[in-house]
Each structure stands twice: as structure tokens, then as C-alpha cells.
Design a protein around this ligand. Structure first.
Ligand code: APR
Ligand code: PHB
Length: 393
């Protein structure tokens, strides 16, 4: 594919944020080129979570990428919290009239990639050494290397959708950027296994041995997690040891339904909360993991990327179609307002459901009381349901 030498929006990164933005702009008739460091297969090879908010589904529908999600995704009207040996269902539908869809992030990325290829919109994979230039001028540009040759792409705007290790955030001077971070003193050991889920809906378990989560990708594929030490190693965990520990943290009904099988993927992920402000620097706009990271406990990572892209796409449409800068000038503040709410919710879920090393008796009582208040207060349940199902844009 020959890339144009000039475009309106240069998008760095073909993860869910970059691809979704690309399709929304394409639909609005705004030119954009996506530059991705890795191959498409590599991008699709990443195992990621899969609880999709109503707002994210709406955006996928807007770009015609929700058909398979509607066919294969599992609509969940609630979630279960287990502690003290008992499970408590939180019925989002009843509490806030909402539901979520369980559908792998990898599948969303695949659907978006296929839609972009089908409409012939330009995406360059294996674009190396992406460098952003003159982002504080009206004529920014990007250089990159493809097959050893350095190329240049001129543009009006750059959308930094290149994740937490990308070049975009690092292109913002440190004296301009403020970083807020919390690293949690534990990780998640997760396995993927072709066995039916232990329950119809997700189970988030608080246990004195540590957190556990029973999730799924379909009626025949489960995604299971246990809290582990940060410095733990996958090789220390045979499947048998994993199931044994998981069973110790679940209620009896779940244990009775836990079918053990050989894991097809096993990995440990650290947990952290991270926000970089502002999300705009001149003509550069950050979206998704490029600007913020949340621990997976609230299932907000992908959905936050989608809400950033919602605000950024509207702002760019307003600029090109209504000739107004109001949206792009308000983008950082607007996106951050929702980002911090999701960061707070993910921190709250993490604080309430995990066992913190060296936590005092007082802290453990508070945690237990937080759980007890949640399941006994209609107002607390509604607040949890609204945040889990997805706050409005
Ligand atoms: N140049 C070009 N592309 C890059 C560069 C670079 N220098 N650095 C990284 N990339 C690409 C990565 O290879 C990746 O495909 O940017 C993409 C960023 O995608 P994600 O990390 O998936 O981030 P995002 O699209 O914001 O999606 C956020 O992903 O990690 C999950 O939990 C997270 O669900 C959230 C979602
Ligand atoms: C997952 O299915 O992988 C998953 C679901 C919910 C979470 C985190 C991960 O909160």
C-alpha cells in the first residue's frame, strides 16, 4: 500500500484506541493514516480482558463493527462478589437499567482491523522508529522507517494511541506533563482454558488468601485469575497448583462447578494506576493507554480508551466540519474528567477485593465493612452498578 505523503490525522498505534478512532474519522470523511510498530498478527496475539460497556458497544456499532460482538458476545446483566464464603449478585439491569457484553478485546481488535482493511483506509504495520516532529506548530509531521527507508507523513493533528510504552507520551516535555501513579503490591496470575465457566456471570472473590476472578470468553472458554506476589514466576505455578489455590478462594458452589483443564495461556500481570496530564500538547492528543493505565479489577482499560476516542473523534469532527476549535481545546479536560472516575472505581475495586500484604486488623475490618456496606445498601449497589456498567460520556 502506498501511503499518502499528507493526511489530516496521523494515528500512532493500531490497538483498540487507534483503530476505533480511525474508523470513526473514516466514517466522518476525515483522512487518517495509522502507523503501527508491530505486525497485525502480533497485535492480535495479545491476550486482553473482555468486559464491554454499553458506550463502547455503541461506538463499535457506529462504525459497523458490532455484528460479531452481537452474535458471539455474552450479555451480562450482573456480576457476583464473593466474600466470607458467600456470593452476592449485583444486578445492573435492575439497579441502573444497564448491562455489559463479555467479548474478548482481541476480537474487537480483529473486527476493527478487518473493517479498516475492507474500506481501504491506510494502515502501515511494522512502521519503525516513529518520531513526532513540530507538534506545537500548525504543521506537525511524523517520520518513520519502513523496510529500512525513512519516510515522512505531514498532518494537521497527531493522535497518540500507542499505549503505555509508546513514543507519543514521551514526546511531551516532562516540565509540561504531570504524572499520577499508584503501583499495587501484588499481581494477577491468569490462565485461559477451554472449559465452561464456573458460573453464568463473572465472580470477583475477596478471600484471606487473596483475590480471585472467574471470567470467560465464551460458554466453552474460561479466563481465571488469582492474586499472586509481584515477584512470583509463572513457572512456579503448575495448572494443578493454580486450580488448587483458586478453589481455596471460591465458595463451595463455584468449586463444585470448577472444571480443570490444561491452560492454553498463563501469565502474570502487575497492577498499577497511572494518569498523565494533560492529554493534549499542541497538535498531539493522547488517547487510551498512552495517557492512563488502570488495574484490571474494574474492567475499564478498553472502555476508557473508547471514551477518549469518543471525545477526540467528536472534537476533530467539530474542527473539520463545524470549523470550531471548542472541542479540541476542551478535549484534555473532558477526557480526564471521565478518566479519573474510572481510575477511582478501579482503585476502589482493587482496594476492596485484594489482600494487601501487612494490612492491619483495622484495615481488614474496613475492607470487610466496605463489602458488607456494598451488599446491604441499595445506594452503594446502585453506585457500583453504574460505574461497572459504564458512566455516561
Ligand atoms: N510506534 C507505533 N506504534 C506503537 C509504538 C510506536 N512507537 N509503540 C507502541 N505502538 C503500538 C503497539 O504495538 C500497540 O499495538 O500501539 C498500540 C497500542 O495499543 P494498546 O496497548 O492496546 O493500547 P490502546 O489502544 O490504548 O488500548 C487500551 O489495551 O492494554 C489494553 O488494558 C488496555 O484495554 C486497554 C487497551
Ligand atoms: C477478563 O475477562 O479477562 C477480565 C474480566 C473482568 C476484569 C478483568 C479481566 O475485571
Amino acid at each position: 500500500m502506498t501511503l499518502p505523503k499528507r493526511t489530516q490525522v496521523a494515528i500512532i498505534g493500531a490497538g483498540p484506541a487507534g483503530l476505533l478512532l480511525g474508523q470513526l474519522l473514516h466514517k466522518a470523511g476525515i483522512d487518517a493514516v495509522i502507523l503501527e510498530l508491530r505486525s497485525a498478527d502480533y497485535v492480535l496475539g495479545r491476550i486482553r480482558a473482555g468486559v464491554i460497556e454499553t458506550g463502547t458497544v455503541g461506538l463499535l456499532e457506529e462504525v459497523g463493527c458490532a455484528a460479531r460482538l452481537r452474535r458471539e458476545g455474552l450479555v451480562h446483566e450482573g456480576v457476583e462478589i464473593s466474600f466470607g464464603g458467600a456470593r452476592h449478585r449485583i444486578n445492573f439491569h435492575q439497579l441502573v437499567g444497564r448491562s455489559v457484553v463479555v467479548y474478548g478485546q482481541t476480537e474487537i481488535t480483529r473486527d476493527l482491523m478487518e473493517a479498516r482493511a475492507a474500506c481501504g483506509a491506510p494502515t502501515l504495520y511494522e512502521a519503525e522508529d516513529v518520531i513526532l516532529h513540530d507538534v506545537t506548530t500548525a504543521r506537525p509531521y511524523v517520520t518513520f522507517k519502513k523496510d529500512g527507508a525513512v519516510q515522512r507523513l505531514d498532518c494537521d493533528f497527531i493522535a497518540g494511541c500507542d499505549g503505555s510504552h509508546g513514543v507519543s507520551r514521551r514526546s511531551i516535555p516532562t516540565d509540561v506533563q504531570q504524572v499520577f501513579e499508584r503501583a499495587y503490591p501484588f499481581g494477577w496470575l491468569g490462565i485461559l482454558v477451554d472449559k465452561p465457566p464456573v458460573s453464568e456471570e463473572l465472580i470477583y472473590a475477596n478471600h484471606e488468601r487473596g483475590f480471585a476472578l472467574c471470567s470467560m470468553r465464551s460458554h466453552t472458554r474460561s479466563r481465571l485469575y488469582i492474586q499472586c506476589d509481584l515477584d512470583d514466576k509463572v513457572e512456579n505455578w503448575s495448572d494443578a497448583r493454580f486450580y488448587d489455590e483458586l478453589a481455596k478462594r471460591l465458595d463451595a458452589t463455584a468449586v463444585a462447578r470448577l472444571e480443570q483443564g490444561a491452560s492454553i495461556e498463563k501469565s502474570i500481570a502487575p497492577l498499577r494506576s497511572f494518569v498523565a496530564e494533560p492529554m493534549r500538547y499542541g497538535q498531539l492528543f493522547l488517547a487510551g493507554d498512552a495517557a492512563h493505565i488502570v488495574p484490571p479489577t474494574g474492567a475499564k482499560g478498553l472502555n476508557l480508551a473508547a471514551s477518549d476516542v469518543f471525545y477526540l473523534s467528536r472534537a476533530l469532527m467539530e474542527f473539520y466540519i463545524e470549523k470550531s476549535r471548542a472541542g479540541i481545546d476542551a478535549y484534555s479536560a473532558t477526557a480526564l474528567a471521565r478518566v479519573w472516575k474510572a481510575v477511582r472505581f478501579s482503585w476502589w475495586m482493587t482496594s476492596m477485593l485484594h489482600r494487601f500484604p501487612n494490612s492491619s486488623g483495622f484495615e481488614q475490618r474496613i475492607q470487610h465493612t466496605e463489602l458488607d456496606y456494598l451488599i446491604t445498601s441499595e445506594h452503594a449497589l446502585r453506585a457500583m452498578a453504574e460505574n461497572y456498567a459504564g458512566l455516561p460520556y
